[in-house]
Write a protein that binds this ligand. Structure first.
Ligand code: S3P
Length: 439
């Protein structure tokens, strides 16, 4: 077996300073996709140079799109227009990135050529019927393996037509997949979500001049328009900022300011949940950049208490539960999460893997079918936990070391680069005694 990347963190310490975390992953993916399909040159700044968004970038290069960069977050995309993509010469390998695969499935289902989408071991285990079934209703033909997982074989040359689809799960990836297919479809494509999910696709489509009709939880696009190139400033990713928000909240003496963080209302579950737990958290300098709200977020250490996490916050914090579980394990009293079954089909089974790791560190965590019950208080022991190659689990347990009694070792951390290149250096700068090694 090849050696895995390990994080080794000495216990204790506090976080301090003013930090800017890398660009938003969701917005970075979409900036490449819409830039490539637009007419004209799209200039992107603040692009996330992580493996996931680079997988999207490389997929479009493989389909003949001229893309310059990234260089210090700057990317220039020479759009080819809605009908200008070329057949790639080989299967598109999307690595660990579920967003790349699900969104690309929608827009590639409408192309005149065939494509194959594949990924790493984790991505190739993730459910894809949630996109292939509604795409089939639009007239697309996309095959999965027999258990509904990748690789996806997308058969081109099918004329798509609009549908009116009620999504069974609250998923921005499914919604975005269908809206992208809808750009090419005959007639109107409407998607209704069971609960609000991130709306970056809708906002960015509007920014590229494509009318999007939003009425409550229903969003519609008409096929057959054009996208006009735009300028995109990608804000810092609230999902990456979340690790430092929790780190500062739990480590006595901490105070950090995270600058230029995206605070889109469909992403701020982590702020709402931490505030409900009693965290000292303040927003300043609120402004809008390129259609997305941003702010500087300051968090100070203070006592936390357990809560029942409100159902409507779950999709708004879906990627932040690993680190929120760490906060809950240190909060006074019980925290109960329900209605979060989706966590079991992320980059890992985040309910089981987090419960296992928290227990290794001495916490009282009981996994349930669709959530977790955590009885908090006290601190963590030291120990060795397995991140299962899940970037957000690795970073969440790194922050747990701030309140541990002994060193924390985390296995299989190589995928931290998918969303947060430079995590170890930034965490060290802020005060975490972390190093990366091979073990
Ligand atoms: C994403 C949507 C979410 C999220 C993922 C990124 C997106 O997935 O977990 O990290 O960019 O649309 P689901 O929509 O499947 O919940």
């Amino acid at each position: 077996m090849s050696e895995s990347l390990q994080f080794i963190i000495e216990p204790g310490g506090r976080l301090q300073g003013t930090l800017r975390v890398p660009g938003d992953k969701s917005i970075s993916h979409r900036s490449i996709m819409l830039g490539a399909l637009a007419e004209g040159v799209t200039e992107i700044t603040g692009f996330l140079e992580g493996a996931d968004s680079l997988a999207t970038l490389n997929a479009f290069r493989a389909m003949g799109v001229d893309i310059e960069g990234p260089e210090a977050g700057r990317v220039t995309v020479h759009g080819v227009g809605l009908h200008g993509l070329k057949a790639p010469g080989a299967p598109l390998d999307l690595g660990n990135s579920g967003t790349s695969m699900r969104l690309l499935a929608g827009l590639l289902a409408a192309q005149p050529f065939d494509t194959v989408l594949t990924g790493d071991e984790s991505l190739n285990r993730r459910p894809m019927r949630r996109v292939t079934e509604p795409l089939a209703l639009m007239g697309a033909q996309v095959d999965t393996s027999p258990d509904g997982t990748p690789p996806l074989h997308i058969h081109g040359g099918h004329r798509l037509h609009g549908i009116d689809y009620a999504m069974p799960v609250a998923s921005a990836q499914v919604k975005s997949c269908l809206l992208l297919a809808g750009l090419y479809a005959e007639g109107r494509t409407c998607v209704t979500e069971p609960a609000p999910t991130r709306d970056h696709t809708e906002r960015m489509l509007a920014g590229f001049g494509w009318p999007v009709a939003v009425a409550g939880r229903r969003v519609c696009v008409d096929g057959g328009g054009r996208l006009a190139a735009a300028r995109i400033e990608v804000p810092a990713d609230i999902s990456s900022a979340a690790f430092f928000m929790v780190g500062a909240a739990i480590a006595p003496g901490s105070r950090v300011t995270l600058t230029h963080v995206g605070i889109n209302p469909t992403r701020i579950g982590v702020i709402n949940i931490l505030r409900a737990m009693g965290a000292r958290l303040a927003l300043a300098n609120e402004r809008t950049v390129g259609g997305e709200p941003v702010a500087d977020i300051t968090v100070e250490a203070g006592p936390l208490h357990g809560i029942r996490i409100p159902a409507e916050q779950v999709p708004l914090a879906i990627d932040e539960f690993p680190v929120l579980f760490v906060a809950a394990a240190l909060a006074e009293g019980e925290t109960v999460l329900t209605g979060a079954r989706e966590l079991r089909v992320k980059e890992s089974d985040r309910i089981q893997v987090m419960a296992d790791g928290l227990r290794v560190l001495g916490a009282d965590a009981t996994p349930t079918e669709d959530g977790m019950v955590i009885r908090g208080g006290g601190g963590f022991t030291g120990g060795r936990v397995d991140s299962h190659g899940d970037h957000r689990i690795a970073m969440a347990f790194a922050m747990a070391a701030l309140r541990a009694a002994g060193p924390v070792t985390i296995d299989r951390c190589e995928n931290v680069d998918t969303s947060f290149p430079g995590f170890v250096a930034l965490a060290r700068e802020a005060g975490l005694d972390i190093r990366a090694g091979h073990g």
